[in-house]
Design a protein around this ligand. Sequence first.
Ligand SMILES: [Zn+2]
Length: 381
Amino acid sequence: MNGNIKLGRIAGFALSVNWSVLIIAWLLSWSLATTSLPHHAYGHSEFTYWLTGLGAAAIFFASLLAHEVAHAVVARRHEVEVEGLTLWLFGGVATLKSDPPTPRADFRIAGAGPAASLGLAAGFELIAVGLQALDTAHLVVVAVAWLAGINLMLGLLNLIPGAPLDGGRILRAFMWHRHGDQLRATISAARAGGVVAAILVGLGVLEFVVGASMSGLWLVFIGWFVGSAARSEGADALTRANLRGVEVCDAMSVEPVTAAETMVANELLGTDAVGGRHSTYPVLDDRGNVTGMVTLDRVGSVRPADRASTTLAQIAIPLLDVPVAAPTDSLWSLMDRLDATPVGAALVFEHGNLVGIVTVGDVARAAEARRVENPVPRLVP
Ligand SMILES: [Zn+2]
């Protein structure tokens, strides 16, 4: 994500915060200091309201973080690697490197976040009641009660059953458990996410138009975010589902056009191959061993003045960084490796010999062909 600031580690997880959090922090403090707090506990100075508002907003972000840490801790317990935690405009995200291994793990990881939020809500409510009984300043009681309310809302909103919300993941875990098919469960949860998004946008527009309320716009934004995340998750799962049973050899281009590593950039741009259907070339050393891969984009990024003196060896992606597959590997598993690198293509070897090349485009075409042949049935939205 652009505009993320790394803030070190929490419970062993890398934490970054997007600058957009500052806007939310300011909006929350402002609405607390100028509206909610003076409304419920009057008679304090503006400074006191702002101080209390800022403090409550800071504790709110800590609560948000606790929600994400809960996801991450449970994920780690189920041996799902966590890339990191991010706080941004729409709350927090714990980024997992892979899908949970079982429906049970999926359910526990997803449920941990809302459970933490609801636990915090109960905790703050107890503290508020206790403080009130102790005759603490009403302003503090109001702020703590606000924290209870906002954590309750956070927990409940996240339980709405549509991906990418936690409730959508829980729905996926249930369907995965029932039908034993993770991909179909993911597709259904994503479809449910699309419905949730449409409802949120609808409610937001209604609130904005009828209620003339700016929070309606906020709902529209959240709905838009949920909808686009649900669409991309659904499309990804659909591609994977379509690729089941397809092997790398079904999608690869055989006998790829290669280039010698001593060739200069100009030479490659001048060969017949360019303008043909290839944009990615395995690079060979003088003994015919593959040492890497070069893309036309990479060659094109060399300054024209340097193209006569820059060899492919200088600009090739080293073989170590190129995804490699066997012809009988599943295309689905290769997709993960392709997604994990910016290279955009994989080399296919059989018994140590280069036999083919698969690009991201080849994978997409194979998935599309399979989709036309045998569409994945709709389950539930
Ligand atoms: Zn969550």
